[in-house]
Design a protein around this ligand. Structure first.
Ligand code: TYM
Length: 351
């Protein structure tokens, strides 16, 4: 992929000298520490981050400032941030391979967010589907942070001259507005930001709720039966899969008329690595019961090593804390270099 903006943030390289085509592609993605990390997050995002880790120049961020857009408390935010740091390491993100850090540790995110609000239109934020969903007609009461949320996300991405943003389907609109803001900024102040592309996989980009295949599996869903959490014990996983909604009929097949089975087959396929047609062939004529029993065991087996590693990391929180501190130091180098350019372009520097 080529971009029009010269890569300015290669550490140890003179600014304006290396282009993105000569360097490894930069990946940036983020996840909110809002509790209840689930298999949708794993299959739609984190597993892809881990699988592609050695191919790219990666920056992964725990976006605790975004988590402030909905009511939270000091204690829960801190606990959720530590849990998520442990979780990302347990899932296989490697601090030697990727920069992993907590958003508020790099203040440039907040600074760039404010500057980008000046090239953001009120109307384009009002049209964001996530704002419409989360405010759900209560826009007199929700925080202004929920409204400006996409601008902070744009700042996250643009600070690092990001080429690719690996995310689930629900984040596509946020990457699109990021491109719009970058384009507007570049037109007003001169070429400054790289235009990022969303990296959304064909399978797993939208894992649906187990109790309602018309709804996305979500961290904020109050119904425990809707999602499998990474930390669910084996018996809970078995119970949730057993109770998962199915479609009419009894054939284990995917298709537009079978949204529930399509979702369960997608989960099976991603955890087993077998394509959906092969899974359909295995369960031809066997009915939903046999398929669900095996699916539950597959998930139990896939999560077990992550859960073991998570328990080890929980016993020694200093491992994740040190990794995050080191990640923030490295991220800050990029972010500070970029902000120096941005400040100068906007006219915030006098000399
Ligand atoms: P968040 O924390 O809601 O979700 C983290 C990642 O998980 C994906 N995801 C899913 N994928 C498939 N099926 C699902 N049911 C499902 N639920 C969640 C999300 O698409 C996401 O990739 N706004 C972002 C965080 C963010 C960010 C960024 C992302 C802040 N700055 C910059 C990318 C780049 C969010 O709330 O993700």
């Amino acid at each position: 992929m080529s971009t029009t903006v010269t890569r300015q943030l290669e550490p140890n390289a003179a600014p304006h000298t290396r282009t993105t085509s000569a360097a490894r592609q930069r990946v940036f993605s983020g996840i909110q520490p809002s509790g209840n990390f689930h298999i949708g997050n794993l299959l739609g995002a984190i597993n892809n981050w881990v699988a592609q880790q050695s191919l790219y120049d990666n920056v992964f961020c725990i976006v605790n400032l975004h988590a402030l857009s909905l009511p939270t408390t000091r204690d829960s935010l801190r606990a959720n941030t530590q849990d998520l740091a442990n979780t990302l390491l347990a899932c296989g993100l490697d601090p030697a391979e990727s920069i992993i850090f907590v958003q508020s540790d790099v203040r440039e995110h907040s600074e760039l967010c404010w500057l980008l609000t000046s090239v953001t239109q009120f109307g384009e934020l009002r049209r964001m589907t996530q704002f419409k969903d989360k405010s759900a007609g209560r826009d007199e009461n929700v925080s202004a942070a929920l409204f400006t949320y996409p601008v902070l996300q744009a700042a996250d991405i643009l600070l690092y001259d990001t080429n690719l943003v690996p995310v689930g389907d629900d984040q596509k609109q946020h990457v699109e507005i990021t491109r719009d803001l970058a384009t507007r900024f570049n037109a007003r102040y001169g070429e400054t930001f790289v235009l990022p592309e969303p990296d959304i996989k064909a399978a797993g980009a939208r894992i649906m709720a187990l109790d309602n295949p018309a709804k996305k599996m979500s961290k904020s869903d109050a119904t425990p039966m809707s999602a499998i959490a990474l930390t669910d014990p084996a018996d809970d996983i078995r119970r949730k899969i057993k109770r998962a909604v199915t479609d009419s009929g009894s054939e284990v097949t995917a298709g537009p008329d079978k949204p529930a089975l399509t979702n369960l087959l997608t989960i099976y396929s991603l955890f087993s690595g077998e394509p959906i047609p092969a899974v359909e062939a295995t369960y031809a004529g066997k009915g939903y019961g046999a398929f669900k029993t095996d699916l539950a065991e597959l998930i139990v087996d896939a999560l077990a090593p992550i859960q073991i590693r998570l328990t080890e990391l929980e016993a020694d929180p200093g491992i994740a804390i040190a990794a995050m501190a080191n990640g923030a130091d490295r991220a800050r180098e990029y972010a500070a270099a970029k902000m120096a350019i941005v400040r100068e372009r906007i006219g915030l520097t006098l000399a």
